[in-house]
Design a protein around this ligand. Structure first.
Ligand SMILES: NC(=O)c1ccc[n+]([C@@H]2O[C@H](COP(=O)([O-])OP(=O)(O)OC[C@H]3O[C@@H](n4cnc5c(N)ncnc54)[C@H](OP(=O)(O)O)[C@@H]3O)[C@@H](O)[C@H]2O)c1
Length: 265
């Protein structure tokens, strides 16, 4: 259990390359307590042990959930004890074929898009209790091709680049949609492009990766620490700087996407 004077960060995807580097960078400062949300206990234990050993920070722990399933996220939020100051949504996938969750939702959409929203909604009461609080959405510059009428590839032929790019566009649009709602609760929410390291996800997309995990984590780490993004909310960052998001302009499309996603329960 984290010490109450610490800044408590819940991070998804920390058994992966970028999430792990974000968690390590934050844990390296002793006033942060890290909770890694993972779906596999073995991988979670390994990640926690390595971060504790390498940083000397004993306040690193894990919780288990499958972010592609809303009930799993909600069960975790319902059992959450203690404060929560920062949520980092980082878990993502780019499977090469169309798969579905047990609920029948296309898996890339459920994991990369709905999970970010469900995590924000489910943990908002805890974040609000620690306000001012922050949500950091790890998105990407590799984004576009969102089809509002076929978010789950029921009509279009499944292609993992299109599914992934659509999901990262949606992350950026939903960050804008949630900013107003969250501001009323004392929670800021910003999105960013991290960097491009080699990972399961990037290799599934055919990208070799050109950056170290540490470099790739630096923008999300600055957002999580509040060194970036402290002045605003609903913004988008690349390379350690706020930048104009081309998906933030169309307010009608943002509202429409938000409504559709809320319709998933
Ligand atoms: N790599 C890049 O070049 C790049 C560039 C731009 C943006 N990004 C973004 O950065 C983020 C992290 O990517 P990465 O490259 O670090 O990927 P990665 O190494 O493949 O890691 C993905 C992480 O997501 C977790 N995850 C997947 N499905 C999950 C589920 N249903 N429930 C819980 N956890 C789940 C994985 O857990 P397991 O360990 O259990 O599989 C793993 O921890 C993604 O949002 C991605 O879009 C990456």
């Amino acid at each position: 259990m984290a010490h109450s004077h610490k800044t408590v960060v819940l991070i998804t995807g920390a058994t992966g390359v970028i999430g792990n580097a974000i968690a390590r960078a934050l844990a390296a400062t002793p006033d942060y307590a890290l909770v890694l949300l993972a779906r596999d206990e073995g991988r979670a234990t390994k990640a926690v042990d390595a971060i504790r050993r390498d940083t000397g920070n004993g306040d690193v722990s894990f919780v288990i959930a499958d972010v592609s399933r809303r009930h799993s996220i909600q069960a975790l939020a319902d059992s959450w004890q203690g404060p929560l100051h920062v949520l980092v949504n980082d878990a993502g996938i780019a499977p090469q074929g169309r798969e579905t969750t047990a609920e029948g939702i296309e898996l890339t959409f459920a994991t990369n898009v709905l999970a970010y929203l469900w995590m924000a909604q489910a943990f908002a009461p805890h974040l609000e209790g620690s306000a001012p609080a922050r949500i950091v959405n790890v998105a990407s510059y590799w984004a576009g091709d969102l089809d509002m009428h076929d978010l789950e590839f029921r009509r279009r032929r499944f292609d993992n680049h299109t599914a992934y790019r659509q999901s990262k566009q949606a992350n950026r649009m939903l960050t804008v949609a949630l900013a107003e709602v969250m501001a009323k609760r004392g929670i800021s929410i910003n999105a960013c492009h991290p960097g491009d390291p080699s990972s399961v996800l990037s290799r599934n997309l055919g990208f070799g990766g050109s950056q170290s995990p540490e470099d790739a984590a630096s923008t999300p780490v600055m957002l999580a620490r509040g060194e970036l993004g402290a002045e605003g909310t609903g913004c988008y960052f690349e390379h350690g700087r706020e930048t104009t998001c081309r998906f933030a302009r169309d307010k009608d499309a943002i509202a429409q996407l938000y409504d559709i996603c809320l319709g998933y329960g």
